[in-house]
Design a binder for this molecule. Structure first.
Ligand SMILES: Cc1cc2nc3c(=O)[nH]c(=O)nc-3n(C[C@H](O)[C@H](O)[C@H](O)COP(=O)(O)OP(=O)(O)OC[C@H]3O[C@@H](n4cnc5c(N)ncnc54)[C@H](O)[C@@H]3O)c2cc1C
Length: 354
């Protein structure tokens, strides 16, 4: 490789893939494979449904922050020992490969079409009196909170199959969210599923025998990890039962000296969060530069799993925060997340105007 820049192929253009591409673009020949033309600040999605104009700053075309990257708008479908194969039949050679395919969630290809999706969701909300949200994880909770605050005249029902909301954080955080929903007129039904196959004319029934009338429904149940495309690849033995890629302390895929994985797709035992994905990206960018300069394995930086920290918004003026040693709701988490949803900060990290 002497004299020639190494070719780094990154699969996945979320916060993990976008961040590492930006960090490496001046040191290596970087290719980013992503089925869409833009990076989306995914945690701002629920605000964009109640205020579609908010989405304009949260959807950023890759070419706005990646000035020296070969962008391939396609899906990776297989990995060979030296190439990535794409859906449109191309073979993309790599010296190093970084997998950042997070969760499987197909989005439209262009920013314009994604913005139109938010406008359509917003119209759906505006045109409805009764709204049913299925799934009490972070997406369902944040959407219910946004609608309850921006459209207080709508009847919102949130149905969750588990015994408490947001099982990824502690029970105190769930209890605080439940209390807030009660005070803000949102009906929360726990321990039951909505029968989606047998609903008709806006009448839904649950496995606990409840009937819910709703003019519109949002499905916010968990998404699978974005690893199904790896099941027949050279990495098939590195995907665990949950669909995550097994990595070592340097975030290399186990048993592969030139393949890394970062972000939600990894099996690191920690919460799946965007700020953590950014830390993975920073570490792998550094490790790759060490390897490219001929540095030894022993010089590579090691990753320490992050402590439990997450903030879930409850509309524009409230939130519940899970910190490693405390659970807090009210003005502190509100000031940290609810107003701008870290959009300005994330844009600045990408080298853009907040
Ligand atoms: C409601 C909600 C609120 C959240 N709030 C916060 C928060 O406040 N702070 C925070 O830090 N985190 C938050 N998170 C978590 C955060 O959204 C994720 O941790 C983060 O988006 C993970 O980034 P990623 O790049 O690893 O994966 P993803 O964002 O899932 O991106 C994966 C990318 O890979 C691409 N891809 C998938 N398969 C292929 C393929 N075969 N070929 C090519 N490309 C492919 C996709 O198009 C996508 O661009 C929240 C999540 C939710 C649901």
């Amino acid at each position: 490789m002497a004299g020639k820049k190494p070719c780094v192929v990154i699969v996945g253009g979320g916060i993990a893939g976008g961040t590492v591409a930006k960090a490496l673009q001046s040191h290596s020949d970087v290719v980013l494979i992503d089925p869409k033309e833009y990076f989306e600040i995914t945690w701002a999605e629920m605000r964009a449904k109640v205020e579609p104009t908010f989405a304009d700053r949260t959807i950023i075309n890759h070419k706005e922050y990646l000035t020296n990257v070969n962008l391939m708008t396609t899906t990776a479908v297989d990995i060979k020992s030296k190439e990535v194969m794409t859906k449109d039949g191309r073979l993309v050679p790599y010296d190093y490969l970084i997998i950042a395919t997070g969760h499987h969630d197909p989005y439209p290809v262009t920013k314009g079409d994604r913005l139109r999706e938010f406008q359509a969701d917003n119209k759906k909300i505006k045109d409805s009196s009764c709204i049913l949200i299925v799934g009490g994880g972070p997406s369902g909770v944040e959407l219910a909170g946004e609608i309850a605050v921006d459209y207080p005249d709508k009847k919102v029902t949130l149905v969750h199959k588990g015994p408490r909301l947001m099982e990824f954080v502690g029970p105190k955080a769930s209890a605080k969210a439940m209390k807030w929903f009660k005070e803000n007129g949102v009906d929360v039904l726990l321990d039951q599923k909505v029968d989606l196959e047998h609903s008709s004319d806006g009448v839904y029934s649950t496995t606990a025998g409840k009937t819910i009338n709703a003019d519109c429904i949002f499905i916010c149940t968990g998404k699978p990890f974005g690893s199904s495309w790896l099941r027949e690849s050279i990495l098939k033995d590195c995907v665990n039962q949950q669909g995550q890629l097994m990595v070592d302390e340097h975030l290399k895929v186990k048993g592969h000296s030139n393949i890394f994985a970062i972000g939600d797709i990894t099996d690191v035992n920690e919460m799946k969060q965007g700020y953590i994905a950014q830390e993975h990206a920073a570490l792998v960018a550094k490790n790759l530069q060490i390897l490219v300069k001929g540095g030894q394995e022993s010089k590579l930086g090691s990753y320490k799993p992050a402590g439990a920290m997450a903030i879930v918004t409850l509309g524009r003026k409230n939130a519940v925060a899970q910190f490693p040693f405390a659970t807090v709701s009210g003005c502190i988490p509100r000031m940290i997340k609810s107003k701008d949803l870290f959009v300005g900060m994330t844009r600045k990290k990408m080298g853009l105007k907040g």
